[in-house]
Write a protein that binds this ligand. Structure first.
Ligand code: WT7
Length: 658
């Protein structure tokens, strides 16, 4: 709680410049107020108007919101459209055919550009290819690919045919991949031979073979492989096909398959408070509306902008703000294969300079690591580069601490660029609480105020509003078009997780938050057993299940510890089946378990520290006191009441780091 108190005392306010306000898509507080009031006054009319203005419908909707089966809301439910048509064909028709859609920069700095015409042709050829293989609307595909134009092509081609995709981040293990293939019922996989990051090639295709070997993947009839490096890969004749062969000879137009607005565009897995990741199901119409609209509202996108979001398509940010939103809004965007620190920590700044980027959107964890790197290597500091093209910068994924905010504002934005600190989630589909750059005065560390049409509030356990300045649960009181529709295959879990009865119909975000006297929101972090490591969501239970799956481990408890670089770090407390190891043995087993978790889930879940005990602190009823373990993990002395503990002495044993 100490860091929360300190951000709340932040009093600096940075107003947008007159020049920015004057040119902004939403310009000045009155324009924002007018939109908020329109949404308040005529909720359906507001969303209906926006959906007609920003999307093209093959069959217009007659009803905006259907609440009859709440919380399974339907938006624009009798309308039909095609997402890929709205991202590509629309741009060919409106004069953007020769505009660059994607500037791709590979890990080694090679640049490839694709215009809207090129992208449309590639998507059509690939869509025709997968259609020829027999895939059709309603099928599910898994996409396990590196950052590339091809990954965007794969997603768009699925959207064109009404195939629901589920992208699995390339850093996830074969085990995580296999679980998602099974859960979503995929019949098609699109992958690559290898990926290239930070000067190294990392295999991808072998994870597919491993996933098949684990079983349950028999429904998958084809694996399409994008040849990124040409490295040797195992090949299964009859099942495996090269992406270029699938495209070969196909016509460069492809009739888009019109789908209902509620048709699932994608399922994206994210961590919850139990061990099993949740398949967040998103719609076509409502989702795309919000993706396109927030490009214009939050990023103030204009035709001449060069926009860059550094996220990976494996996360929701890469879906909404790379694969769909920018294209639906007709943007020119940079897609980057590599990492921020290769060949050195000046890479981002060098790329902004080289491509004259005007809008830059990244994560606090990247900013913090680059602050550190630029202190160590002054020639990689942003001031060594020409960043004068930038006009707006953004932050996403976790709270940005005021120090990092100030550094970003001063050194990257040159005190000229507004920072849009965007609060949202995999489940929300797009931005929810963030500044409008031509409207909102900025306070470092606050995501400021909800977007028009988003009824965010802070409530107590019974759903009652709390007074300003008092913390509580962040909720969204009314539905919004881009919201999660359900958890794939588990509607009960959807209701329980997001619409608990006590809250009387509000969407529960899972974050604690506070509001200051000006009505600004301050996010305090998760209220459930979910960690945020480098902006990536991770369930403590997921890591615990991975640990106890190891034959050496009897029991494990995982907590988060504040970390300067990654926001939170994973700390695991482990009881082995055998005796508690001595120091030398402990180091060896800790290493083995860290590698084990990497194999089970992926490198992002690897515990930063593992401590071994004879037992874990438990109440007499056997409940593990994670609250106390969080204190212990920070190296602090437990001052809380421990009288309900079965075994208080264990805290001292666990208090010692290796
Ligand atoms: C959780 C959602 C946002 C898309 C990428 C992450 C935290 C996200 C912020 C922010 C404070 C933030 C929340 C949220 N979070 N953005 N600007 N300020 N916290 O999506 O993996 O679904 O994670 O990330 O705790 O619930 P996600």
């Amino acid at each position: 709680m100490s860091t929360i108190d300190s951000v709340l005392t932040e009093t600096r306010v940075f107003q947008p410049s007159a020049a920015f306000v004057q040119q902004a898509n939403i310009s000045g507080p009155a324009a924002y107020q007018a939109l908020c009031e329109e949404a308040e006054r005529d909720f359906d009319g507001f969303w209906g108007r926006l959906a007609r203005e920003h999307l093209q419908w093959s069959k217009p909707f007659t009803k905006v919101l259907d609440e009859s089966d709440a919380p399974f809301y339907k938006w624009f439910g009798d309308g039909e459209l095609n997402v890929s048509y709205n991202c590509l064909d629309v741009n060919l028709a409106n004069g953007n055919a020769d505009k660059v859609a994607i500037i791709f920069e590979s890990d080694d700095g090679t640049v490839t550009k694709a215009t809207y015409r090129d992208l449309h042709a590639r998507v059509c050829r690939f869509a025709n290819g997968i259609k020829a293989l027999g895939y059709k609307k309603g099928d599910r595909s898994i996409i396990y690919m590196p950052m590339s134009i091809e990954a965007v092509v794969a997603m768009q081609a699925c959207a064109r045919l009404g195939i629901t995709h589920s992208v699995v981040f390339g850093g996830f293990s074969a085990k995580s991949l296999q679980e998602r293939i099974v859960d979503v019922g995929a019949t098609l996989i699109i992958t690559a031979d290898e990926q290239v990051r930070g000067g190294k090639t990392i295999p991808l295709k072998p994870a597919i073979e491993e996933a098949f070997a684990m079983g349950g993947c028999d429904a998958v009839s084809k694996v399409i492989v994008y040849r990124r490096t040409g490295g040797a890969v195992a090949w299964n004749d009859g099942r495996d096909l090269w992406m270029h062969d699938v495209e070969q000879g196909q016509p460069d137009t492809c009739e888009p398959v019109q789908v209902n607005a509620e048709h699932p565009l994608f399922v994206l897995y994210t961590s919850g408070s139990t061990g099993k990741p949740k398949g967040v199901q998103h719609s076509s119409g409502g989702y795309l509306l919000w993706a396109a609209l927030t490009m214009k509202w939050t990023f103030d996108l204009k035709p001449k902008d060069v926009y860059w979001c550094t996220a990976d398509v494996g996360w929701v940010t890469g879906h909404t703000y790379i694969a769909y939103g920018p294209l639906a809004a007709g943007a020119t965007q940079i897609v980057f294969e590599g990492v921020p620190t290769y060949p050195n920590a000046g890479r981002f700044w060098e790329m902004i300079q080289k491509h004259r980027a005007t809008i830059f959107y990244t994560a606090p964890t990247a900013i913090r690591s680059l602050i550190k790197a630029s202190e160590a290597n002054p020639d990689q500091h942003p001031r060594k580069y020409d960043l004068s093209s930038l006009r707006l910068i953004g932050s996403v994924g976790e709270p940005i601490n005021p120090e990092a905010w100030m550094w970003y504002y001063t050194n990257v934005g040159a005190e000229r660029c507004p920072i849009v600190d965007t609060w949202w989630q995999t489940e929300t589909g797009g931005h929810m609480i963030n500044p409008l750059p031509g409207v909102t005065g900025l306070k470092p560390g606050s995501c400021t105020k909800p977007l028009p049409g988003i009824f965010a509030a802070i409530v107590d356990e019974t759903g009652g509003d709390v007074e300003l300045g008092k913390g509580g649960f962040l909720v969204i009181k009314r539905p919004w078009p881009a919201m999660i529709r359900t958890i794939w295959g588990d509607p009960e879990r959807f209701k329980k997780s997001y619409y608990p009865e006590e809250l009387g119909g509000y969407y529960l975000a899972g974050d604690g938050a506070n509001r200051d006297a000006d009505g600004y929101f301050w996010i305090m972090g998760r209220i459930d057993d979910v960690l945020n490591v480098s902006g990536h969501r991770l369930g403590t239970m997921e890591v615990e299940s991975a640990l106890v799956a190891n034959p050496l481990v009897a029991e494990a408890a995982v907590v988060g510890r504040p970390d300067d670089l990654t926001g939170e770090a994973v700390v695991a407390f482990v009881v082995l089946k055998g005796a508690r190891p001595d120091d030398a043995k402990a180091a060896e087993i800790a290493k083995e378990l860290r590698n084990w978790v990497t194999k089970e889930i992926g490198p992002i879940a690897k515990p930063k520290e593992i401590r071994f005990g004879d037992n874990l602190p438990k109440t007499r009823s056997g409940k593990i006191m994670r609250r106390l373990l969080r204190v212990v993990a920070k190296g602090e002395t437990v001052t809380q009441d421990v009288s309900t503990l079965e075994n208080p002495a264990i805290l001292e044993q666990l208090g010692k780091a290796l």
